[in-house]
Design a protein around this ligand. Structure first.
Ligand SMILES: [Zn+2]
Length: 224
């Protein structure tokens, strides 16, 4: 009997070195010398960062004023069986017929067989270099429509965003509670797996987004 694979870390480091979205502030460590100053030999840092820095998740509130914050979702929204789509080489991401069919598969109760969809573009190879935040691949409108129609919970990308200005994919996905995980890394490790389990839990904050520790593992035997 095959065993569950080890958890794979799909997150970038969250630190002063994490490249922010253009115009956003860098992560700032406010008390780097706390250890030296404290009376009781404990170390307690303080930091300041955008809720959309690094590997993170977007809530509807990010684009839709008055809508749900990330802390409003049940934790079950942030984990599940994942479909990994290899879309390398496409600038505007259009799914193949086979990918669309896999996306549309449902369980007997009508819920999606894979409530998580991971979009592997390999753009993460540019992380930390010039140009990561420019000219990245984006989802075609019909791909956004297919994700919404499939009623998935999460779309994860190894790019900064599913769209570029005027940012039409974000509100369309978020309005249907399809939350967006951005700046993933290493999705290529999951290619060829028959079944993958994914999780990316945010902090329980009343915010438009949150950093996440995104992880996945191979599950033997395919979908149940
Ligand atoms: Zn974001």
């Amino acid at each position: 009997m095959a065993e569950l694979g080890a958890w794979i870390d799909l997150s970038h480091e969250y630190s002063q070195h994490t490249p922010p979205w253009p115009g956003d502030r860098l992560f700032r460590l406010l008390t780097p010398d706390v250890a030296a100053e404290s009376d009781d030999n404990t170390i307690v840092e303080e930091f300041e960062a955008s809720t959309h820095l690094g590997t993170h998740i977007d809530a509807p509130l990010h684009f839709l004023p008055g809508q749900k914050a990330i802390g409003d979702f049940d934790v079950s929204h942030f984990a599940g069986a994942a479909l990994v789509l290899d879309v390398r080489g496409q600038q505007t991401i259009v799914l193949t017929d086979a990918q669309r069919a896999a996306l549309a598969e449902t369980r007997p109760d009508g819920t999606p067989r894979c409530p998580v969809v991971l979009i592997h573009t390999a753009w993460d190879e540019r992380w930390g270099g010039p140009g990561y935040f420019e000219g990245y691949p984006v989802l075609a409108p019909e791909t956004v429509a297919a994700l919404v129609a499939a009623r998935v919970h999460l779309v994860g990308l190894d790019t900064p965003s599913p769209d570029a200005a005027p940012f039409l994919a974000h509100p369309e996905l978020l309005r249907h509670d399809v939350l967006i995980v951005e700046n993933l890394r290493g999705l290529g490790c999951l290619l060829g797996a028959t079944s993958v389990e994914f999780a990316a839990f945010p902090l329980r904050m009343r915010c438009s987004g949150s950093p996440v520790r995104a992880v996945a593992r191979r599950v033997p035997g395919g979908a149940e």
